[in-house]
Design a protein around this ligand. Structure first.
Ligand SMILES: Nc1ncnc2c1ncn2[C@@H]1O[C@H](COP(=O)(O)OP(=O)(O)O)[C@@H](O)[C@H]1O
Ligand SMILES: Cc1ncc(COP(=O)(O)O)c(N)n1
Length: 274
């Protein structure tokens, strides 16, 4: 299969849950993959009844069905990148570990979703968090928690410097950690690449359109890494794209936290446009 310019098309798999409102979760990820020009595939691990005001019901998909979806995608289509979102149970997490440990040199981005932008709980119980810590982080190329998720993963307290949170996640086994929305003023992220810290800053947007911001960010990051972009440039470009997606979001959709809407953004430095 070839892309528009005759090169093989980049493929990315998202493992996460459905958002019936179409702004976040699997739906948001597939839109972000399409925006970045990669072929998106999915393994649905759960379903949420959700709109821009919150989540009203959730159901998980049987673990063996998750395994079947991943196998169906990998044995035929293959993948150049994997993004993981909602991880509802320890059983699901260990299934993912079992399947993903065989992937050779494929970037794995873990966005440990625990709370939606509107404040609804989407995370698993303590056993699931322990399994993420012990099983998934060691397979992860980049973890992209927000501050609250980083604290829950590391057990470190309120007020811990985001740089320390990122370092602690790398100590737990991830190759790199990107703590999102890490600054009390302005907006931006803190990236620890295992050796150095990088600050990714930009203006704070107040459009009210941030539903799906975290999902779009980690999905774009996955797509850029899968396309071979270096980590710091991928992180800066993903932040810039999502910042603009909040600023120019879908303000006409829903009456709560409106969805983000992705627009083309120039990569951080010289290189092929995405
Ligand atoms: N109000 C905002 N203005 C600009 N960028 C933002 C804003 N809120 C979040 N971002 C950016 O959106 C991306 C996703 O972050 P975040 O919203 O923390 O994810 P999550 O949905 O997982 O909490 C990050 O790059 C972050 O810096
Ligand atoms: C099914 C699902 N997965 C993830 C999120 C996180 O959304 P956000 O990107 O706004 O943090 C969500 N609201 N619903």
């Amino acid at each position: 299969m070839s892309g528009a310019r005759g090169r093989p098309r980049t493929r990315c798999l998202t493992i996460g849950s459905s958002d019936s409102g179409g702004g976040a979760g699997i739906q948001g990820d597939l839109k972000a993959f399409a925006r970045a020009g990669v072929h998106g595939t999915s393994a649905v691990v759960g379903v949420t009844a959700q709109n821009t005001r919150g989540v009203t019901a959730t159901a998980s998909v049987a673990t063996d069905m998750v395994g079947h979806q991943i196998e169906a995608v990998l044995e035929d289509i293959g993948t150049d990148g994997v993004k993981i979102g909602t991880t509802w149970s320890a059983e699901l997490v260990w299934l993912l570990v079992d399947r993903l440990v065989w992937l050779d040199d494929v970037p794995v981005v873990l966005d440990p979703v625990m709370v939606s932008a509107a404040g609804s709980a989407l995370g698993g119980d303590e056993d699931a968090v322990t399994a993420v810590r012990e099983g998934l982080l060691p397979l992860t190329w980049v973890a992209t928690p927000n501050l609250a998720e980083a604290r829950r993963l590391t057990g470190l307290g309120e007020g811990t410097d985001p740089r320390k949170l990122a370092e602690a996640i790398v100590e737990l086994g991830a190759r790199a950690a990107l703590v999102t929305d890490a600054f009390p003023t302005g907006a931006g992220d803190v990236l620890f690449d295992g050796e150095r810290h990088h600050e990714i800053t930009g203006p704070r947007r107040a459009s009210g359109c941030d539903h799906g911001a975290g999902c779009a960010h980690s999905a774009l990051l996955t797509a850029f890494l899968a396309q071979g972009m270096p980590l710091t440039r991928a992180a800066r470009t993903a932040h810039a794209a999502v910042s603009l997606a909040i600023e120019r979001g879908a303000a006409d959709i829903g009456s709560g936290r409106h969805p983000v809407e992705l627009h083309p953004v120039e990569p951080d430095r010289e290189g092929p446009p995405w």
